[in-house]
Design a protein around this ligand. Structure first.
Ligand code: HXC
Length: 273
């Protein structure tokens, strides 16, 4: 997959080129679309990245593409065969990251699973699968990385959503999981802040050209979705990149226990996409 961002994010963007120099980000779901662009942004601004996920082919491909983006083969570490539902997998991934890079400064808990299904046809195992990947997986990720984050006085970013703010049909498991993620983030913001760790969420809305948008909408609906959004456009992956950089940057040093909604104001309208 071609990268979304390029060097102009550094040369013509809002951020200092070496903002994250010598830092390390640990990302689950890093070869998906939202987390992938988050990784691109962090790497372009000097960070090293551990990309953690299930699919070895996709992860290695993504890792190579991100290294090419900054012309540095050592900038990315793909850690495949990790199922976020398995705590031991995450502990091992943290171990490999520390072995390679020596530290972890930022965690993006982004691995997600989702499908559209009405309640009457939703099996208990289907509900459990999504909640286990999204909520338990986020817990496992942060739990395994916390000892390293305490050392670096690091920062956590959970990837949440907006559709649990109201009753969106056919999205029961993911809505329940994301609500849990928000609660977990708030809890950690209070418990871990005295140790120097900030915890926040990002809640993307309708972001064009992402796995989530493909699953929840249809290309022919794009124009009508745009009209529902107060800013009259779909979100871009770059919008997510900018917000992610902001949350991890020193500019957000006093932001803790916050959910940054990046949706052009859509959820305030109460409409769905
Ligand atoms: C109803 C379904 C289903 C579907 C699976 N199941 N797909 N039920 N409708 N479309 C049921 C199965 O029948 C089974 O229940 C149970 O779910 C587990 O299915 P498995 O295939 O065995 O699970 P697993 O292999 O672990 O896969 C997990 C998964 C899968 C979530 C079901 O879709 C997955 O791995 N997805 C990862 C990629 C992904 O979804 N990315 C989305 C990211 S976008 P039974 O009862 O038959 O055993 C995103 C958007 C967020 O999250 C919102 C943005 C705005």
């Amino acid at each position: 997959m071609p990268c979304t961002l390029d060097q102009s994010f550094v040369t013509k963007g809002s951020w200092k080129p070496d903002l994250f120099k010598d830092k390390v980000v640990f990302i689950t779901g890093g070869s998906g679309t939202i987390c992938r662009v988050q990784a691109e942004a962090m790497i372009l601004l000097g960070c090293r990245a551990a990309l953690v996920g299930r699919d070895d082919k996709k992860l290695i491909e993504t890792s190579n593409e991100l290294c090419d983006l900054v012309n540095d083969s050592e900038r990315c570490l793909p850690i495949p065969n990790v199922d976020v539902r398995e705590y031991n997998d995450l502990e091992n991934a943290v171990h490999l990251t520390l072995k390679k890079f020596g530290r972890i400064d930022y965690v993006i808990a982004g691995a997600a699973g989702n499908f559209i299904c009405d309640f009457m046809n939703l099996s208990p195992n289907a509900f459990k699968s999504v909640v286990s990947i999204d909520l338990l997986g986020s817990f496992n990720t942060v739990k395994a990385a916390t000892p390293a984050l305490i050392k670096s006085k690091g920062s956590i970013l959970f990837v949440s959503a907006t559709f649990h703010y109201y009753g969106v049909p056919f999205q029961g498991p993911v809505g329940a999981a994301k609500a849990g993620i928000d609660a977990l983030s708030n809890n950690l913001a209070v418990e871990l802040a005295p140790l120097g760790i900030r915890s926040n969420c990002i809640a993307p809305g309708a972001i064009d050209d992402t796995e989530g948008f493909k699953r929840l909408s249809k290309p022919e609906l794009k124009e009508s979705v745009k009209e529902m959004i107060p800013l009259q456009r779909l979100g871009t992956k770059k919008d997510i990149a900018e917000s992610t950089v902001f949350i991890f940057s020193p500019a957000a040093n006093y932001i803790n226990g916050h959910t940054l909604v990046v949706d052009g104001g859509m959820w305030h309208t109460g409409t769905l996409f």
